[in-house]
Design a protein around this ligand. Structure first.
Ligand code: SF4
Ligand code: SF4
Length: 165
């Protein structure tokens, strides 16, 4: 089927620019008189964060305060940048736990694989971004620090609702 071609008339050189310039000035004036706030007074004011924002990690704990990690080794295996250090151990009852668990938040790319792969929902990314530090070492979060954080866990994407935020 042959398509139809629409020929557009090009504007001539005799046209006036006054109308276009007035329109542009009108937009400028509109922004001059209406209260248009572009500066946010951080840290007094903050954005409302999306529940799926992937930020600083948190380690979930049992009621007695023990970290939920069972030292399975899945998260350090799946981590694409190798920023999780895990040394697992076994207690007298034969239960596994993480003797050493560290995440280098500086190296982390916040992909969320660790959270998705954890079989006991122990490690979570968090809705949190305020983790500036003065030294590189402070970016390595150990188990104690990860369990003490209290910001909300990142909500995982729900495949049953692909458009969810
Ligand atoms: S979010 Fe991704 S990069 Fe960061 S620790 Fe987890 S698996 Fe590694
Ligand atoms: S996947 Fe979960 S249980 Fe396994 S080592 Fe990581 S945090 Fe621990």
């Amino acid at each position: 089927m042959a398509g139809s071609v629409k020929v557009l008339k090009r504007p001539g050189t005799e046209g006036s620019y006054v109308r276009a310039a007035s329109k542009g000035l009108g937009v400028t004036l509109k922004h001059m008189i209406r209260p248009y706030k572009v500066t946010q007074q951080y840290p007094d004011e903050k954005w409302e964060l999306a529940p799926r924002l992937r930020g600083t990690h948190r380690m979930a704990v049992h009621e007695d305060g023990r970290a939920k990690c069972v030292g399975c080794g899945l998260c350090p295996t799946v981590c694409p940048v190798n920023c999780i250090k895990l040394i697992p151990a076994e207690d007298e009852n034969g239960e596994r736990y993480a003797a050493i668990y560290e995440i280098d938040e500086f190296r982390c790319i916040f992909c969320g694989f660790c959270q998705e792969v954890c079989p006991v929902e122990a490690i979570h990314l968090g809705v949190h971004y305020e983790n500036a530090e003065y030294s590189r070492e402070r970016w390595v979060y150990d188990l104690e620090r990860l369990t003490e954080l209290e910001h909300p866990y990142t909500a995982l994407w729900d495949p049953a609702d692909p458009t969810s935020q």
